[in-house]
Design a protein around this ligand. Structure first.
Ligand code: SAM
Length: 187
């Protein structure tokens, strides 16, 4: 069924299979149902592809936020797009007081970021706090890198990570396990 839907989408000119960011954006557009978000935040923009998509929502202000070490490479692609409505911030979304002082957003776009950060539940709460009431959080995070597990309902824990995995995936040594509260769980 899903395969048929993806073939149909491609025939109709939808995003190519596997372009999950394009699919997420399509879902966001559907979800907005024609509403125009005034304030949009994108965290970790990387290559500007989602930035261009988000500008297509015609926001009054698109705030881009990334770690200070990424500023130079982000500014390189930013110089080639219309940035009149873009505000660029160099900060760590988790710990910067600059971020705590921001006006809340209608949409927060955060793909490929969560798994780089050790305090993941705290991050989800932080993102929630950055939203206006009724605002939309678009959150995507890798749960496994193994091809054969990609379709499975699972989370892959790399522990202890090899030096190669640490370098490639920026794996942190923190492992947080939060079992759900329930009759069989002490926590
Ligand atoms: C793998 S890239 C993801 C890029 C793109 N959004 C995507 O989905 O492909 C992760 C980006 O998130 C940024 N990032 C990770 N943790 C962050 C944090 N705590 N605060 C701000 N930016 C962060 C990184 O600097 C990087 O630009």
């Amino acid at each position: 069924m899903r395969v048929l839907r993806s073939v149909k989408r491609r025939l109709l000119g939808g995003p190519p299979a596997g372009d999950y960011r394009a699919y997420l954006f399509e879902e966001l557009v559907d979800y907005l149902g024609g509403r125009r978000p005034a304030r949009v935040l994108e965290i970790g923009p990387k290559d500007g592809q989602d930035t261009q998509r988000l500008l297509g929502l015609d926001p009054e202000r698109l705030t881009l936020l990334d770690l200070p070490r990424l500023e130079a490479s982000n500014r390189a692609w930013l110089s080639s797009i219309d940035s009149s409505r873009i505000e660029y911030l160099s900060a760590n979304v988790m710990y910067s007081t600059l971020v705590s002082a921001l006006e809340p957003f209608d949409v927060v776009w955060c793909t490929g970021v969560l798994y780089h950060n050790p305090e993941q539940l705290r991050m989800v709460r932080r993102l929630f706090d950055l939203l206006k009431p009724g605002g939309i959080l678009v959150l995507e995070s890798a749960t496994t890198r193994r091809r054969r597990l990609r379709g499975a309902n699972c989370v892959e824990v790399l522990y202890p990570p090899s030096e190669k995995a640490k370098r490639k995936y920026h794996v942190s040594m923190n492992i947080h396990i939060y079992p759900p509260r329930g009759p069989s769980s002490p926590g």
